[in-house]
Design a protein. Structure first.
Lengths: 386, 369
């Protein structure tokens, strides 16, 4: 039985061989055959002047403006190539010792997208070391720390944000609750999120974040009905947010509401996270087709050497009845990120693989951090806390 | 849930680490065929038009859709751009690249432009592929390279940080053989379950069943003949399945094989406790040998064998396994031969050892189910 890294490296080599192999070529008989739509990936009216300005003068200001526009498009259009373009323009300047806080923050955002959380945190540490009042950098660092399971560090950042007043206090408040819950104070976190104001009175993004945070905490406390209600409302405020959609589907499925979960996941251009969940909730040939599409995407990612979807790779391996592969991917993923789905997929994979050591390590992590989740604890067994 | 922060419109700190995208990150595919040392190198480069359109003006009617006619019209510009973005050397000398034809290929559920090229190389030798490869404007761009050298397939990933691929030197058959002999020995020595099975075959080999009880066998010749027969049966069986699995003739999932290997240990342990059934040791060794062969194949699959020819690889690994088995026999046999006539071997070492190993097999089997 190889170590996770070894098994993943082996799978990556296999994926590279499979993905890089030639596929059939063809020549379309119709000259009017549309080969590709390039509308979403080409510079638009807003981007062109930014590109021209940057080409004429590659200063910190023009670079930041262009990178910011690239990142905004990457998110709005779901086109990862724009992250690559942002990185290409940022890298030469952001690495310099005199780089501005904005450039470094933007670069940290690209690193975060690439799941280089330690690199992003180092960069944000440097920014905050020089500009302690940079609330955007602090919010980003809090987020990175939460993802990495550094609940104590996140708590300090979130507390400062919550106390700072202004718009940033809203996400600061939510992230403070999340940090509390991560550190074992689930009830206190839930009490904090007994919102005095209705989330719909906030900006949609703020309301969605607060609701989704409360939903996750409720879910971890085994209040599935409350979690589903919150996730549904959050999704109505942020319908394009796949992480809320996936979380809602997971909770519906955990409550035995598989039909509703499938409906929730049925969106156009579903990414790997939604595809894998749909495969898990589907039977027969449709499952095979969904799993195959997800496998292709994961194989391409593995061949490229990216580490963006180890979580989904673990989920898919579980769907396919490959517990050893699932555990290897879940352990590799847990090295990188420790959000609720990461904790749960590791527990499920360890249980499926019958790996007592992996279960023990996870149980130890739950004990050490105080992290509580009813579903995880039901999988790994009793976690006695003094 | 942290990703939800990402959608805050007011904040440049969009925090969506695990965002999911329906489109794949920018990736192009390079297939390099080196059929013969003297023949021109065939190159095929499959590239997304969405990436290419950042460098070459293709969408002549500005409607956001690229038609096959527009690709044909832009062919000179595309060819020039692509030839300017790739370099190929062989034996340290640059090759002359020319475009042969344009076609399409489906990659990642999208139509990619597939450009066939020919490289005329003045020298023989190892190939090097590099160039800009359209990676300058997009740090996430990757080029997945698949090279075919004779019957050997090689792969590589080129990125802005690592933009050159060097063809690895082909290891000689002898070097491959020697390396895989070592790998075979090493696999047995670190494979506790395989050692357990061999020990279970060895323990009763110095005994004979008499009236339903084990008694020390007389004569080294008889013991050796019996042992050689059993070990040979085991070796033949696992060599067959190892070859079948490594050549891809038979493919079995890992988990049932691992379970069956553990089961073989449990069964062998149990059998050693029943002298009356000792005649089953030979068919057991032969039958479970097939299962262990698949286990060896799984282990062999975890070793990076890029560039190695199949025959020296297979022969080396198999011989390594046999050498390790013989090593175990050489260490254990003199000890148990010396102890065979003692009561505590017949009543202690053999039954208790078999029982302990058999129980271990049972536990491993349950863990692997």
């Amino acid at each position: 039985m190889g170590a996770p890294a070894g098994l993943l490296a082996l799978l990556a080599v296999a994926a590279a061989t499979r993905v890089a192999a030639a596929s059939d070529r063809f020549v379309p008989p119709d000259p009017g055959f549309v080969v590709a739509s390039i509308r979403q990936t080409q510079p638009d009216e807003e981007l062109r002047p930014l590109l021209d300005a940057w080409r004429a003068d590659r200063s910190a200001a023009t670079t930041a403006a262009l990178a910011n526009a690239f990142i905004a498009r990457a998110r709005a259009r779901r086109e990862p190539t724009y992250f690559g373009r942002a990185e290409a323009v940022l890298a030469p300047l952001a690495a310099r010792p005199d780089a501005t806080a904005t450039l470094r923050r933007l670069y940290a955002e690209v690193l975060q997208y690439r799941h280089d959380f330690s690199g992003a945190e180092r960069l944000l540490d440097a920014v905050l070391g020089e500009h302690a009042h940079d609330v955007d950098a602090r919010l980003m660092r809090a987020s990175v720390r939460l993802v990495r399971g550094d609940f104590g560090g996140a708590r300090a950042d979130c507390a400062q944000l919550a106390a700072s007043g202004g718009e940033i206090a809203v996400p600061g408040f939510a992230c403070f609750a999340e940090a509390l819950a991560g550190g074992g104070e689930l009830e206190r976190a839930l009490a904090l999120l007994s919102l005095p104001a209705h989330p719909r009175s906030l900006a949609p993004a703020d309301g969605a974040y607060l609701l989704a945070t409360r939903a996750e905490l409720r879910e971890r406390g085994h209040n599935f009905a409350g979690a589903i209600a919150d996730y549904r409302e959050a999704l109505s405020l942020a319908p394009a947010d796949d992480s809320i959609r996936a979380a809602l589907a997971d909770t519906l499925a955990a409550s035995g509401m598989n039909d509703e979960a499938r409906e929730t996941l049925a969106v156009d251009k579903a990414g790997i996270a939604l595809l894998v969940r749909r495969a898990a909730l589907t039977q027969g040939s449709q499952r095979a087709e969904l799993a195959s599409r997800a496998e292709s995407s994961l194989a391409l990612e593995a061949a490229r050497g990216d580490a963006l979807h180890f979580r989904e790779a673990a989920m898919l391996a579980l769907v396919n009845g490959e517990p050893e592969q699932a555990l290897a991917a879940a352990q590799a993923n847990f090295e990188i990120q420790k959000e609720l789905p990461d904790v749960r997929v590791l527990a499920r994979a360890a249980r499926a693989a019958g790996n007592a050591d992996a279960l023990s390590v996870l149980r130890r992590w739950l004990l050490d951090t105080g992290y509580r989740d009813a579903v995880t604890e039901s999988i790994v067994g009793a976690v006695s806390r003094s | 849930m942290k990703s939800i922060i990402a959608i805050f419109a007011f904040c440049v700190a969009c925090l969506a680490p695990q965002s999911v995208f329906a489109h794949a990150a920018s990736t192009s595919f390079l297939v390099v065929q080196m059929r013969d040392v003297d023949a021109p190198v065939e190159v095929r480069w499959d590239l997304s038009l969405q990436d290419l359109a950042w460098t070459v003006f293709i969408d002549a009617d500005y409607d956001g859709n690229v038609t096959w006619q527009e690709v044909q019209d832009a062919r000179p510009a595309i060819s020039s751009a692509m030839l300017g973005q790739i370099s190929l050397e062989r034996g340290g000398s640059p090759c002359a690249l020319s475009v042969k034809d344009f076609a399409l290929a489906v990659r990642s559920e999208q139509n990619f432009l597939s450009v066939a090229m020919r490289a005329d190389c003045p020298q023989r030798g190892l190939a090097t592929v590099g160039g800009g490869l359209f990676m300058g404007g997009d740090a996430s761009q990757r080029v997945l390279l698949s090279a075919v050298r004779g019957k050997v397939q090689l792969t590589g990933v080129l990125s802005a940080a690592d933009p050159v691929w060097h063809e690895p030197a082909q290891p000689s058959s002898w070097n491959s053989f020697v390396r895989f002999v070592g790998e075979g020995v090493w696999h047995v020595l670190i494979g506790y379950d395989h050692i357990a099975f061999v020990l279970l075959l060895l323990l009763p080999s110095v005994m004979r069943p008499v009236d339903g009880k084990w008694q020390g066998a007389q004569g080294l010749r008889q013991i050796s003949r019996d042992l050689v027969t059993i070990i040979t049966a085991f070796t033949i069986a696992h060599s067959i399945t190892l070859a079948l699995a490594v050549t891809g003739t038979v493919k079995l999932p890992t988990q049932p094989i691992e379970v069956a290997i553990a089961a073989s240990i449990a069964v062998a342990g149990g059998l050693n406790l029943m002298p009356r059934l000792s005649r089953l040791r030979l068919p057991l060794a032969f039958g479970f040998g097939f299962v262990h062969g698949f286990g060896f194949a799984n282990a062999l699959g975890e070793i990076d064998a890029a560039g190695s020819s199949l025959l020296p690889l297979l022969a080396g690994f198999n011989i390594g396994v046999e050498l390790a088995q013989l090593g175990i026999v050489a260490v254990v046999l003199p000890l148990i031969y010396a102890m065979r006539t003692t009561r505590w071997y017949a009543n202690g070492v053999l039954p208790l050892g078999s029982c302990a190993l058999g129980m271990a097999g049972l536990v491993w089997m349950l863990q692997r189910v």
